[in-house]
Design a protein around this ligand. Structure first.
Ligand code: BEZ
Length: 224
């Protein structure tokens, strides 16, 4: 079955993009990566999403995340659409965005990566791409995927939030609870014994008492 599951390695595809031909693993290098797909160029929701993504590019870069978009049109269409996206952002209508857009004109990658939305079709009845977000770690393994239908725009603040959560897990061995925001307390993972947690988190581990008597709700201030 096409698609990617958590832990799968990113396929090392070659593709034409608005910034030239790429090989995906070389593009990612040692960075984290986010690949986000779009149903089509010159469509309203996608234009707002790419505009917001462009505005947040410095935030992704600060987190060492390389951004790349995908849409099922040609490089030429993408470049022309970029002018609209920049104009939507109130900027010069330039062909450049701070990240490349893959031209998946024949939907080969969209099929390989399980990105098609069977409910949204073009005028010839062919499925469009859904709004997929894949986040890859520096080991090129899939750490997170989000799948929205074509008709629902994503929340890029949420995408940055999940990057922060993924990186806290990768570098500080903690989990983040419901509605966590940067700066909030985080959770000690269940597999870490109390003694090790005390050593690992010098700011302290705080356990909430529960009717079961089990001490699994363990918080610690967000590590630096
Ligand atoms: C949009 O980007 O606005 C869109 C694209 C495909 C289906 C529905 C909406």
């Amino acid at each position: 079955m096409p698609g990617l599951l958590l832990g799968d390695e990113a396929p090392n595809f070659e593709a034409d993009t608005t910034q030239g031909r790429i090989r995906f693993h070389d593009f990612l290098g040692d960075s984290w990566g986010i690949l986000f797909s779009h149903p089509r160029d010159f469509t309203p929701v996608c234009t707002t999403e790419l505009g917001r993504a462009a505005k947040l590019a410095a935030e992704f870069s600060k987190r060492n995340v390389k951004m790349i978009a995908l849409s099922i049109d040609s490089v030429q269409d993408h470049l022309s659409w970029c002018k609209d996206i920049n104009a939507y952002n109130g900027e010069q209508p330039a062909e450049k965005l701070p990240f490349p857009i893959i031209a998946d004109k024949d939907r080969e990658l969209a099929v390989q990566l399980g990105m098609l939305d069977p409910d949204e079709r073009d005028k010839d009845g062919i499925p469009l791409t859904a709004r997929v977000v894949f986040i890859f770690g520096p080991d090129k393994k899939l750490k997170l995927s989000i799948l929205y239908p074509a008709t629902t725009g994503r929340n890029f603040d949420e995408i940055l939030r999940v990057v922060d959560s993924l990186q806290l897990t990768a570098y500080k061995k903690v989990a983040t609870p419901v509605d966590w925001k940067p700066g909030d307390s985080v959770m000690v993972v269940p597999t870490l014994p109390d003694e090790e947690a005390k050593k690992l988190f010098p700011k302290g581990v705080f356990t909430k008492d529960l009717p079961s008597g089990k001490k699994y709700l363990r918080y610690t201030p967000q590590p630096e």
